[in-house]
Design a protein around this ligand. Structure first.
Ligand SMILES: Cc1cc2nc3c(=O)[nH]c(=O)nc-3n(C[C@H](O)[C@H](O)[C@H](O)COP(=O)(O)OP(=O)(O)OC[C@H]3O[C@@H](n4cnc5c(N)ncnc54)[C@H](O)[C@@H]3O)c2cc1C
Length: 499
């Protein structure tokens, strides 16, 4: 029997397998296709993902293929800027750039190749999940070719049409947003052309930003990929036919204003329905849903896959503690209460943006432009990273300063903090104590230019306890923090036993 079986080796499944493989668990990965899907869907990820790639030990493989960029710019109907989420000159809390663009098949290749490091990870390609049964001892998987495998836990990372989710009878909560868009990928030899735009901040480089044209005539996004790759997304207007819009002449007409005179080759054009959906249950017995199997996000802030990688990071440390006997199975019940509100908040932000981006009435669009410009006068512009909320319920010391936030990762000398401290539970304090499985880090001895001492002072805290997924458990007195964590984990175990 495997400790964990992962169904689907897309980005989320492959990432989960890397984290669990690194923790020493015996892992089985089942993937129906021999190769990663050859065309990109996701193109953007944020700095938290780079930190998670560090945790999984894959950063050296993936970082060279990442293009760091300057964030997002939204342009109104009159071609004036209405929202700027640029990152130039902004803090880099995790020491990575805030936004990166990448080529999804390359990322998936790297994540799959990295699994060859582990003798405890078995990858079966060309094998499909067909059904499952659960009893108290674990999960029995029925796979194509009449094969049967057993695992103590299963993570379903089998994408939006998840056969596992369907087998469990889990329904999707529809957040009432569905819009048809045409996605065009091209190899481009030269800078993309833009119409004359006004109000573009001086430090903004259009070639290096994701630009959203909120033009009621045809809402569109123009995204810089890595290398020569460029992405366009065009909203389909009412009555337009998917097949007709995917035809080469229609695609050429849509990209022409941006590529007139610029050598390029269109690699693909495909229509998608952008929608907001969340599974009603993320856990059933020993089976967990993660990634697109659990939720789907309109890609206006490029967060769909990022959610999935956060799911995997959240589950991986909890499974590790349970499998090593450091916590009871009830700890795993905190997965959905932590992840669901987090995902819901970001989907709501993306759906909210989608509603104003997809506005097709010129009068409403003009009113929107005026309202957004007025609002922008009183608010200093944020970055897309500001859309990510803190974890409010679950394994956090609610009510303490900073609880549920993502902890900073300053540079420590020539290194990054997590590479110096290692993973796991970490307590940063000036007065280390014996913390059992918690790594004690003396803040005074860290060569981080006082970054963590400043973070603590800012929250008037003696110490901060950080979870293995880099979210802050809480701040306060070291002994109290560890006692509170242990009580919380034991409390969840009691609930599980009572249930
Ligand atoms: C146009 C578009 C743009 C996007 N842009 C972004 C972006 O910029 N940033 C971002 O973060 N996200 C973005 N997303 C979302 C992102 O692509 C997805 O969230 C991500 O690919 C989901 O990863 P996953 O591993 O959960 O699922 P998938 O990538 O769908 O992988 C699922 C895997 O499971 C396998 N599988 C399925 N069924 C079975 C079975 N029965 N047995 C065995 N294996 C099975 C599949 O073959 C596949 O390999 C975008 C999506 C779209 C459509």
């Amino acid at each position: 029997m495997f400790d964990v079986a992962i169904i689907g080796c897309g980005p989320v499944g492959a990432f989960a397998a890397n984290l669990l493989g690194k923790s020493g668990a015996s892992v089985l990965v089942i993937e129906q296709e021999a190769r990663p899907y050859p065309l990109p869907r996701a193109v953007h990820l944020d700095h938290e993902m780079m930190r998670l790639f560090q945790s999984a030990g894959v950063i050296d493989r993936v970082a060279p293929d990442m293009r760091d960029t300057q964030g997002h710019l939204h342009v109104g109907a009159d071609h004036g800027v209405i929202r700027y989420m640029g990152t130039v000159g902004r803090a880099r809390p995790f020491s990575w750039s805030n936004d990166y663009f990448f080529y999804q098949p390359e990322l998936e290749d790297h994540l799959r190749d990295a699994l060859n490091r582990f003798t405890n990870v078995t990858v079966q390609l060309g094998v499909a999940f067909e059904g499952l049964e659960q009893n108290g001892d674990g999960v029995t998987l029925r796979l194509s070719g009449g094969r049967v495998e057993q695992a103590r836990y299963v993570i379903a990372c089998d994408g939006a049409r998840s056969a596992v989710r369907k087998a469990l009878g889990v329904k999707l909560d529809d957040l009432d947003f569905e819009e048809p868009w045409l996605v065009v990928d091209a190899q481009v030899d030269g800078p993309v052309r833009f119409p004359d735009l006004w109000g573009v901040p001086q430090d903004a480089d259009l070639q290096n930003l994701s630009v959203m044209m909120c033009d009621p005539k045809r809402p569109a996004t123009i995204v810089p990929g890595r290398g020569r790759h460029r992405r366009w997304e065009f909203m389909l207007l009412p009555g337009e036919d998917d097949q007709a819009m995917m035809a080469p002449q229609a695609v050429a007409a849509l990209v022409e204003p941006y590529l007139s005179g610029v050598p390029h080759k269109v690699m693909r054009a495909a229509t998608y329905r952008f929608h907001g959906l969340i599974a009603e249950r993320w856990r059933q017995g020993g089976v967990f849903l993660a990634g697109d199997a659990a939720h789907q996000t309109p890609p206006f802030f490029g967060q769909g896959m990022c959610h999935g990688l956060r799911d995997a990071a959240n589950l991986a440390w909890k499974l590790d503690m349970v499998l090593k006997g450091k916590a009871h199975d009830g700890l795993l019940d905190s997965y959905q209460p932590e992840r669901d509100p987090h995902v819901r908040a970001v989907i709501s932000a993306a759906v909210g943006a989608g509603r104003y981006i997809c506005m097709l009435d010129p009068e409403a669009a003009a009113e929107r432009d005026a309202r957004m410009r007025e609002a922008a006068k009183s608010v200093q512009h944020g970055t897309a990273a500001d859309l990510i909320p803190a974890i409010a319920t679950g394994i956090v010391a609610a009510g303490t300063a900073g609880a549920g936030e993502r902890f900073i990762q300053p540079r420590v000398g020539d290194c990054l903090l997590d590479d110096v401290t290692g993973g796991g539970w970490r307590l940063f304090t000036r007065a280390p104590i014996d913390g059992g499985d918690v790594t004690m880090i003396d803040v005074a001895a860290l060569d981080d230019e006082g970054a963590i001492a400043y973070w603590l002072a800012d929250r008037k805290a003696q110490a901060v306890l950080v979870r293995p997924d880099h979210y802050v458990f809480g701040t306060g007195n070291p002994a109290d923090l560890i006692a509170r964590r242990d009580a919380l984990i034991a409390g969840l175990a009691r609930q599980e036993v009572a249930a």
